[in-house]
Design a protein around this ligand. Structure first.
Ligand code: ADP
Ligand code: MG
Length: 597
């Protein structure tokens, strides 16, 4: 530990006066590893909340005095060993949950060029498998209970969305499938984040849209805009700037920005990569440098309540709710003096610094305003720059604002780091009105429409299952009536619940009655069957007996026939003997007669 004195910086301990409905801007400080050729660090993490800025040996201030070691306190501090997931969990996980619950969020990375802003936001340029963006998308898609089919919701051109009739949506889906046969994009060696957060409403369906904007020289460009030229493979023209507009709810948006509907992390990241490619081409054409532009990746979640069927979203655009998470990779915060630019580049870096300068001024003004009464509050100069104008609403209480200060602890960045730290510390003094919970109008309902539809299906298929083996399915479905249409009009709608309860109670009773009568029939049938079996058995035994008797009679018949034949033979023989004797008697009597005579 250094022997130099630890000095407190101004602005600390101010959170004591915080109002209950406000939260400070949460600032996280992340230190990147030193380059392999460096060994001395000017920024060191002390614990989870403190870092110290250590002046390099021999460094002298303009007033000729050596600077003191300074400690800064942040919501959280990550040293070079921190994983991307740890940083995501601390800074962004609850923002994903907020967006699912219908609330907006803004997260930006701030720091000099090379401090790890892009690494933190999206991973390394070559291997964009980690970072806040892919984690955010993974968890978002894992957490949405039900997503609408594509093309049901379409941007209305005024920062809102409309619901399309199913026929139109189907046609559009078919066109989309023809235009983009299959995604060529794949993450190499990516390990997706399989976690999910709670908060998705069971009675809503969701659709996810992304847009990607670059702000360069105070001009906003649409990075997802595909011109017919590019689609035909011709040389692209330099991009044209877009204006900012205010929607009916007072939110700022980039006019006619392309919003692409995506249904997976891969699809969203494909758009991000396309945008980056477009950014690279545009920067070449504009002779610009990426470190001097701000990039804004917007994830917008459109949510629509389910209709009475519990399966389809309502076709009413006025019932849609849209929440947004903006991930902003700011331009390098280095002062123009350091960049030693000339000509155009100096102009550009002056402009970049100007927009970051305006961000600082806005933060400064917000801090000042907090300390004065509302009637004496000064105007915050959001409108001076596109960057601050676009995010004005966040600072005015529309959602959480988070900042990750990325720091390269290299001693060559010491002076810049002094500026970065002081800005970062100021930023967390700004307190923002907490966004109110979105009322989705179905709170306290005993069951969701989707669950109800599921139960209906389960009951119907269970009844159909019972119906197996019964020939008359029509008669069966008449026997069990279809459930009445179910739509709850609010927590107090006891009538609908009573109606439904009545239906299922009567179905249950019918089912019980049916079961009882079926059981009785089975018992009766079994009794009848048993007595039939008894009768059949008696008959069988009788038949057997008769057959036995018949066999005996036949045998007796045969014996008697044989006896008869024998007797007949004996009789014939006797008759022959009698005839013989009669003949002999005749002959004898004839001879005696003759003798007498
Ligand atoms: P910036 O966007 O602020 O200009 P980059 O994100 O491009 O800076 O980071 C500059 C270099 O430092 C890149 O090569 C990046 O991979 C590396 N780097 C930044 N932060 C980290 C980190 N936390 N761990 C490892 N490498 C990092
Ligand atoms: Mg970068």
């Amino acid at each position: 530990m250094s022997s130099r004195k630890r000095a407190n910086t101004p602005g600390r301990h101010r959170h004591a006066k915080r109002a209950d409905d406000r939260d400070p801007v949460q600032v996280t400080c992340r230190l990147r590893p030193l380059s392999s050729n460096e060994s001395e660090a000017c920024v060191v993490a002390i614990d989870d909340e403190h870092v110290k800025l250590v002046p390099p040996a021999g460094y002298i201030l303009r007033n000729g005095l050596p600077p003191v070691e300074t400690t800064y306190k942040f919501s959280s501090v990550f040293d070079e060993t921190a994983s991307q997931r740890m940083v995501f969990d601390q800074t962004s996980l609850d923002l994903v949950q907020d967006v699912i619950k219908g609330k907006d969020g803004l997260l930006f990375t701030y720091g000099v060029t090379g401090s790890g802003k892009t690494y933190t936001m999206t991973g390394t340029p070559k291997n964009q498998k980690d970072g806040i963006l892919p984690h955010t998308l993974d968890i978002l898609f894992n957490s949405l209970l039900s997503r609408a089919d594509k093309c049901i919701f379409v941007p209305d051109g005024r920062n809102g969305f409309e619901v399309q009739p199913e026929g139109v949506a189907m046609l559009e889906r078919a066109r989309l499938a023809l235009r983009t046969p299959c995604s060529k994009f794949e993450f190499k060696y990516r390990i997706p984040d399989t976690r999910a957060v709670r908060g998705a409403n069971d009675d809503y369906v969701y659709a996810v849209f992304v847009s990607y904007i670059e702000i360069y020289n105070n001009v906003a460009y649409d990075l997802l805009e595909t011109t017919p030229l590019v689609e035909r493979g011709e040389k692209p023209r330099p991009p044209t700037g877009k204006g900012l507009h205010q929607d009916s709810k007072g939110n700022m948006y980039v006019d006619k920005v392309t919003e692409v509907e995506v249904s997976s992390t891969e699809e969203a990241f494909e758009q991000f990569v396309k945008g980056q490619e477009r950014r690279r081409v545009a920067q070449t054409m504009l002779n610009a440098e990426s470190s001097r532009s701000h990039s804004v990746f917007n994830i917008r979640l459109v949510m629509a309540p389910l209709d009475a069927s519990g399966c389809e979203p309502v076709r009413d655009s006025s019932l849609l709710h849209v929440s947004q998470l903006s991930l902003v990779d700011l331009a390098g915060s280095e002062r123009s003096k350091r960049t030693e630019n000339t000509g155009d580049r100096l102009f550009e870096s002056g402009k970049i610094n100007q927009s970051l300068m305006t961000l600082r001024q806005c933060i400064e003004k917000l801090r000042e305003n907090q300390k004065t009464s509302p009637d004496r509050a000064g105007q915050v100069p959001y409108r001076d720059q596109k960057l601050t104008h676009l995010f004005k609403n966040y600072f005015e209480g529309q959602g959480k604002v988070r900042m990750i200060v990325c720091v390269n602890p290299s001693v060559t960045d010491y002076e810049e780091n002094v500026f970065v730290m002081s800005f970062a510390e100021q930023a967390q003094d700004v307190e923002i009105v907490r966004a109110v919970e979105v009322n989705f109008g179905n709170g306290n309902l005993p069951v969701s429409r989707r669950r109800m539809a599921q139960w209906n299906n389960e009951i119907e298929s269970a009844l159909r299952g019972h119906n197996d083996g019964f020939p008359d399915t029509q008669a069966f479905s008449v026997f069990f009536d279809a459930p009445p249409p179910f739509e709850l009009n609010g927590p107090g709608d006891s009538d609908s619940i009573a109606r439904l309860r009545q239906h299922y109670q009567s179905t249950y009773r019918k089912r019980q009655d049916y079961g009882a009568s079926a059981e009785q029939k089975v018992t009766e049938f079994e009794g009848a069957f048993r007595s039939y079996l008894c009768v059949a058995d008696t008959h069988r035994r009788r038949v057997e007996e008769m057959e036995r008797e018949k066999a005996e009679v036949e045998t007796e018949n045969q014996r008697l026939a044989a006896q008869f034949r024998q007797t007949k033979r004996e009789l014939t023989a006797l008759k022959q003997r009698v005839s013989k004797y009669e003949l002999a008697e005749q002959v004898k009597s004839d001879k005696e007669e003759e003798f007498k005579r």
